[in-house]
Design a binder for this molecule. Structure first.
Ligand SMILES: Cc1ncc(COP(=O)(O)O)c(C=O)c1O
Length: 403
């Protein structure tokens, strides 16, 4: 018996699912742990280090004081769904039925995986632009979809735009394609897809009968006069788009875990079922605070974007002075850089050196690509930080020397 116990306890891998064996640990969250270990300035993970708006914190406190403590309606508190529908009408001219077309989830992360689980069958394919937000890889594995990656190419000059090749995109679509996952404004590149690009994607979705799943959580963080266009607002796309969004980035509350998926009724019904069995519901009092957040005046969003522009314009010169080539973002709050001037063999050895010896944590570019070599000379910095945090990073980065 003792023999059996010791033999079995040496084989715990037998218990694991095949799916998990394909996962790697989240590099982004690992970099945050490294930043804590070395006391480094954390420009790795995309969470703000400044306070959330006072009004929405007050709304959360008021909801708890009013004993909003029990399960909300599975697909979301009515007040929040009404606010989401109202704002989608206001910002994007999209008419949404809050009773039938919205599912509130635990963050846009859950909205994305619930959507993919609701729509994908084994053998389906999902088109994804790369570099991509790292969750989309494991999301595809969990839902059984096979990712088909299409390259976003960096601009020759730092101030240009990331682009994709139309033919390459078309070649990724075929009869197995179920969905395209689109993230605009984009993490990590800062690309904001233009109307012409979205129309091109729309035409392919119509031609190949494909669903668009769009992650729009940076919709209000825009620079240089760029405009965010929701895919669902394009003619012909309302019936084949799932729009994913959330409170994390717009209201600086990444830990509250409130996000949502907006989709036509039939798709929403499927998403709601998955969501119900996955998490039952998002935090009830924070959904009430979400309704208050979505009622903030227009000036709130203008100020948010101005604040991020100031941070972007503080970090980029510091990075450029230190020797990075920066690809200037048009939206979201990251800057992707080229590190080839430093003479490191790859991005992982560079970020290890950066966090340990220089005291700044960043994310290795390879974590945004399927093949590590594609991102081996790229590193991403997040600038959703106080100006003094960015200044502290700048001081440390000034010590970097090319090898
Ligand atoms: C593109 C993108 N989607 C989703 C998320 C996660 O959002 P949430 O906090 O709503 O789950 C992030 C966070 O960094 C992100 O960059």
């Amino acid at each position: 018996m003792t023999d059996v116990i010791s033999r079995v306890s040496r084989q715990p891998k037998h218990f694991l699912s095949d799916k998990v064996s394909h996962f790697t640990e989240s590099v982004i969250r690992e970099m945050t742990r490294q930043a804590m270990l070395y006391g480094a300035v954390n420009l790795a993970q995309g969470f703000p280090d400044f306070p959330a708006p006072a009004e929405i914190k007050a709304a959360a406190r008021a909801a708890i004081d009013a004993d909003v403590n029990q399960y909300a309606i599975t697909w979301g508190a009515k007040s929040l769904r009404n606010a989401i529908a109202r704002q989608m009408g206001l910002w994007q001219g999209i008419d949404v039925d809050p009773e039938k077309e919205i599912t509130v989830c635990c963050g846009s992360t859950e909205a994305m995986i619930s959507t993919l689980l609701a729509v994908c069958n084994a053998g389906d394919e999902a088109v994804i632009f790369e570099p991509f937000y790292e969750n989309y890889g494991p999301d595809s594995i969990l839902s059984g979809a096979k990712p088909r990656f299409v390259k976003l190419r960096p601009p020759a000059s730092g101030n240009g735009e990331w682009t994709f090749d139309e033919k390459e995109l078309r070649a990724a679509f075929d009869r197995h394609t179920k969905a395209i996952i689109l993230n605009t404004p984009n993490n990590p590149t800062g690309k904001v897809f233009t109307r012409a690009e979205l129309e091109l994607i729309r035409d392919l979705c119509l031609e190949f009968d494909v669903l668009a799943i769009t992650d729009e959580i940076y919709e209000h963080i825009l620079y240089d006069g760029t405009q965010h266009i929701s895919m669902a607002s394009l003619e012909g796309m309302r019936e084949r788009t799932v729009t994913i969004n959330g409170m994390s980035k717009t209201y600086s509350v990444t830990g509250w875990r409130v996000g949502w998926a907006v989709a036509p009724e039939t798709i929403t019904n499927a998403i709601r079922k998955v969501h119900d069995f996955l998490t039952v519901g998002a935090p009830a009092p924070l959904q009430e605070a979400g309704a208050a957040a979505l009622s903030l005046p227009a000036e709130y969003y203008a100020k948010l974007a101005r604040g991020y522009r100031e941070r972007r314009d503080r970090l980029i010169p510091a990075l450029e002075n230190a020797g990075f080539k920066c690809f200037h973002p048009r939206g979201a709050y990251y800057v992707m850089t080229d590190i080839s001037r430093f003479g490191f063999p790859d991005d992982v050895s560079f970020t290890k050196y950066l966090v340990k010896e220089i005291g700044v944590a960043a994310v290795p570019g390879s974590s945004f690509y399927r093949n590590a070599r594609d991102g081996s000379q790229q590193v991403r910095f997040a600038f959703c930080k106080k100006l003094e945090t960015l200044d502290a990073a700048a001081e440390k980065l000034a010590r970097l020397q090319p090898r």
